[in-house]
Design a protein around this ligand. Structure first.
Ligand code: MN
Ligand code: MN
Length: 280
């Protein structure tokens, strides 16, 4: 059963918060389906204000609206139906910031984005390239979304940072799809410039961060980025940010809700950059 989002009150170029409760395509551990309300709870828990570092506050901001969560059932139809939910937001001119859910949801999200924005690039933060042709027989696995996106030619450039799990298959997929994949062994977050020429969508898998900063994920991959590293990269973006997702928060793995707070911080900072980079 998929609940309906209340999209009627969305205004043009408003930042629209959506939760997508789905983890049926997670390969190793379930848990991210429960994430959206917990990230919201961290955002509003009263311990911090809602101001982003760029000076934009989400508190009482008429350009920010939260339209709630959708619960996505296990069928392929319901899963691919995520696309239509986002279309309803884009149709009204909203700029979506989606809380996952696992990373599988980015494929239907980008299918919707590509119907309203062309051309655009994706800046993808992740320990994993998520370019598997299939995993355990599932082509919609959370290990595969960017293979589907690139096969469908939905974006002009896919730029990946935080990568530290390359194998021969994923290297071949990077070649095949001309992905700009920056693996951690050679990566300097301070000097990194994606040289974006047009609009960009941010897809943020929390396991891009070192598990020291974000232990609430399904796949621990030590040797990752710091929270400061990723904020520096995001805050330097100088093109319109047309949407974003923050995925793979797994509350069953979290310690004292610290990863929910990191996700809430990213929501604030990416949200602030979305509002700054788009006219009212
Ligand atoms: Mn991922
Ligand atoms: Mn990952």
């Amino acid at each position: 059963m998929v609940s309906k989002l209340s999209t009627q009150s969305i205004k043009k170029n408003q930042l629209v918060l959506i939760g997508v409760c789905s983890d049926d395509n997670s390969s190793f551990k379930k848990g991210p389906a429960a994430a959206p309300p917990l990230i919201r709870k961290a955002l509003y828990n009263g311990s911090a204000n809602l101001s982003a570092e760029n000076g934009i506050s989400l508190a009482n901001n008429h350009r920010f609206i939260d339209i709630g969560d959708i619960n996505v059932g296990p069928s392929v139809e319901e899963f691919m139906g995520i696309e239509q939910h986002l279309v309803d937001v884009l149709e009204r001119g909203g700029i979506p910031l989606t809380l996952g859910g696992d990373h599988a949801i980015t494929y239907p999200l980008i299918k919707a984005m590509a119907r309203y924005h062309q051309p655009f690039s994706i800046l993808h933060f992740d320990a994993h390239p998520d370019l598997y042709d299939e995993l355990e027989g599932n082509r919609l696995s959370h290990a595969c979304p960017f293979a589907r996106i690139m096969e469908d030619s939905l974006v002009t450039r896919l730029i990946q940072v935080g990568i530290r799990t390359l194998n021969d298959h994923q290297k071949a997929q990077i070649e095949r799809f001309s992905v700009e994949s920056f693996d951690m062994i050679n990566f300097d977050p301070k000097s990194f410039k994606p040289n974006l020429k047009g609009p960009v969508y941010i897809s943020f898998d929390l396991d891009a961060l070192d598990p020291a900063f974000a232990p609430g994920v399904s796949h621990f991959e030590p040797g990752g980025l710091t929270v400061r590293d990723v904020l520096g990269i995001i805050q330097k973006i100088d093109v319109p940010i047309i949407g974003a997702d923050i995925v793979e928060y797994n509350p069953t793995q979290d310690i004292n809700g610290m990863t929910a707070m990191v996700a809430a911080k990213l929501l604030k900072e990416i949200g602030g950059m979305i509002l700054k980079s788009n006219p009212e």
